[in-house]
Design a protein around this ligand. Sequence first.
Ligand code: C2E
Ligand code: MG
Ligand code: MG
Length: 728
Amino acid sequence: MLNWSTHLLTEYFAAVNAAEDEDEAIRNAVERAVEMVEAEVGAVVRDGHVHGAYGFGGPAPAGALHAVATGEGRLIAPGIGDLYAVASPLGDIAADALVVGRLDESFEPEERQMLQGMAQVLGLNLRSIRVLAAERHLRAEKERQATSAQTRQRLVETLLTIQRAISGRRPLPEILDAVTSGAADLLEGATVVLMLAEGGTDRRLTIASMHGEEISPPDGVAREAMTQAAVLIRPDATGTTIAAPVRVTGEMAGSLVAHLPGTVETHAEERDQLAAFAQQVSLALTDARTVEAVREANHDPVTGLPNRALFLKILNRVLASRGTEADPTSVLFIDLDRFKVVNDSLGHDAGDQLLALVARRLRACVRASDTTARLGGDEFAALLHDSPVESATVVGERIVASIKEPFRVAGREVFIGASVGVATSREVAERSETLLHNADLAMYRAKKDGPGRVLTYEPYMHAEVLDHLSLRGDLQRALREGEFRLQYQPLIRLADGTPAGVEALIRWHSPARGFVSPVDFIPIAEEFGLIVDIGQWVLETSATQVAQWRRTYPDLGLNVNVSGHQLVHPRFADNVMRALALAGLPSSAVTLELTESVLMSEPDLGKAALHSLRALGVQLSIDDFGTGYSSLAYLRELPVDELKIDRAFIARAELTGEDLALVRTIVELAQILGLRTVAEGIENVTQLSSLRALGCGYGQGYHLCRPTDPADIPAKLESLAIVTRLRT
Ligand code: C2E
Ligand code: MG
Ligand code: MG
């Protein structure tokens, strides 16, 4: 007896010990215990459940087993009968026991003792398996946390690399490669493909970039992810494919697809990573497209030359970096003579060809380091570095001679000419607009004297051409005598048509000159330093007016245009707050509009003033947005609340497709940056509905409401509100 029991006991310990998990240990223990005492049935009762039931033939009689385990009753098993049963506790918990049942004889004391020992060994084993499992679980959890922290870190780093490629204005293909190689890095061992849709009607998918082992284009799954707008994970012949949709400026643009070895079940985390990555890629590409759009917006498509905005920006940079008066910068303003004749008689295509040829000749007349630009129509400009007025005049003469030579356009010879105005920087930190304007004045004079001339700017031209000096006196008198008036144009919430605020627009009916547009007199008021006083009058008058309207429309806001000259005035913020205090208008009701070019030309001075105004609760808006040259990076730094999209873009917004793209990009960019968007100059219902569909927040324009005299504003606001009430 001792022999077989020792042998079988050793086997029992070995079997229980070797078990990898609780179920296996229990199964081994029960079977061997039943075998050793030649019993019929056995089971373990633990944590209130029956485990490893053996020999019952059918379902184990749980109730009877529980009863035996706690020391009561006999074991009656269906289909077997009434059994002698013995329960051996597994440990301290009495109800946890190994139960064995035998039909024909009761258990001897030695048998009971042996079963007791076996039960205890099992109990010990089960406990250590639990501890081990818990430890293993903990360790796995810790490892998982460590790797996911590492992965997150890598994800952030990869995205930063991509962002850097974008803000460094790297070419688009390079950015796309950074995307796929970044994702492949993140999902170790994966092949990553970025599939983008081409513009055509069928929107064919092509591989924009691939990183890793070459695979055939995953067209199907890429397209499916796009149509379902969802991240897909699929088994395939050699592993798993994950596809995440990519959007550019809000529209489905393609898919980021990863192919990995291994089964679908093992890649849940990679699926989430690719999804997060694709989302970032969408933002990044939208940003990159914006950079491209801005670039496109800075070059003239006909000649490939920089346009006016870029020219001014370059001129700004040159003027700012020019340390001494020893290296003057000259600007040539070049206007073609008789271009209109060619354009009208030979057609636009011929006109465009001619402009491209002119651009080539102009470039040949200046040094490679100089900048030539097309300002618009038949106007060009050149920026000459280190060029005193004498040598600039020589370049001007060369240009006139070169343009006089015949051009071959549309199979025939055409003859045109050029008039050139020259302006040279005199003071350090001269404004680029001023310099270009002076060159323009000189050109105007040159043209008047007879075409084909070069003239240098002289201060008298100013007064002469625009009648400046008397205008200065007139403006001073206008302010003194109260000749200025304000009109107000409502800003409409596009979603529901309700008025959100009004923009104050200055009007001048001069007794001597008649109506003078602010476009004409504001620059002169700026030049003579009158704008600070005029601007203050506008602020005080409009603030008082709006405070009064707010008794009926408590949420009505006020937008006021502010000139760059006001912004850099040391007491500007004080002046604004004084005007608001006098009127009793809260600062949160006021939005100051500054043009993009002002912000770009006075980057540092302006920024300080903007921050202090913002701190006082006043909101800030960039007026005529899109006409200047804001870098995205710069926009992010500015404390701005609102972008007013220039009406030049809105005029194109009634068209579809490409022409909408820039407006959509601006709206989306604003959303990313958390800014309000206002569309200026909405002139018809088509533009209105396009803008509404794009998600532009607010609108202004003749179609909604013209600039209106203050007396008529309450009625306008009332009718706008009524229309809305009727509609909703
Ligand atoms: P802005 O601030 O961009 O003002 C919008 C201009 O567009 C206004 O011209 C307005 O009358 C006009 N406008 C509004 N809706 C439409 C439309 O649907 N179609 C078209 N074609 N035009 C529309 P306005 O009043 O001649 O003012 C011209 C510019 O003069 C303003 O441009 C602003 O830069 C400046 N300005 C006006 N008042 C002030 C002022 O009080 N202070 C300063 N510093 N500048 C002012
Ligand atoms: Mg404005
Ligand atoms: Mg504007």
